[in-house]
Ligand binder design. Structure first.
Ligand SMILES: O=C(O)CCC(=O)C(=O)O
Ligand SMILES: [Fe+2]
Length: 153
């Protein structure tokens, strides 16, 4: 529901081009802050590396092992069809799992500085998550660079 605060088990923020508002799960509305120099620099370096253009970045902070993100696909219509998503991990190592819808998960241990790229099509065929863990883990920050179809250019 718009205007309602929904708790999520992690901290979130969004930066991006003006007007590139982001609505997910039909309930959470995020309005981007203006790109900082450091984030814009990272965005441009990742575009140079991957060839994909990005207009928003969503930041997640997993403070402890109880912070997480459940199984989902990033298929919000505002990103257009078949988005390419680049995911940069910083800080503590966490398990990232990806699976074909109804298939078996594959585990990746995303280390500080690793860049995971989900190519176009991935969001229609696969789901991904960062599960909770009982292990002691240090804080992790993840930045997902994404396209967006709206806003000002
Ligand atoms: O933290 C991660 O590695 C994944 C984050 C994610 O899936 C998302 O923000 O949609
Ligand atoms: Fe995701």
């Amino acid at each position: 529901m718009l205007g309602k605060t929904i708790p999520v088990p992690r901290l979130e923020c969004i930066y991006g081009d003006a007007g590139c508002d982001y609505l997910y799960s039909n309930s959470v509305f995020l309005k981007p802050l203006t790109w900082t120099d450091n984030l814009a620099n990272l965005r441009d370096r990742i575009t140079a590396l991957t060839g994909y253009k990005f207009r928003i970045v969503i930041g997640n902070q997993y403070r402890t092992g109880t912070d997480s993100i459940g199984w989902h696909a990033d298929n919000e219509p505002s990103m257009g069809s078949n988005p390419a998503i680049a995911s940069l991990s910083l800080g503590g190592v966490r398990k990232f799992q990806i699976k074909p819808r109804n298939g078996k998960p594959t585990d990746f241990w995303l280390e500080h500085g690793s860049l995971l790229v989900m190519h176009p099509g991935c969001q229609s065929t696969h789901l991904h998550q960062v599960p909770k863990t009982n292990k002691i883990v240090s804080t992790r920050i993840n930045l997902t660079f994404r396209p967006h179809t709206g806003g000002e250019r």
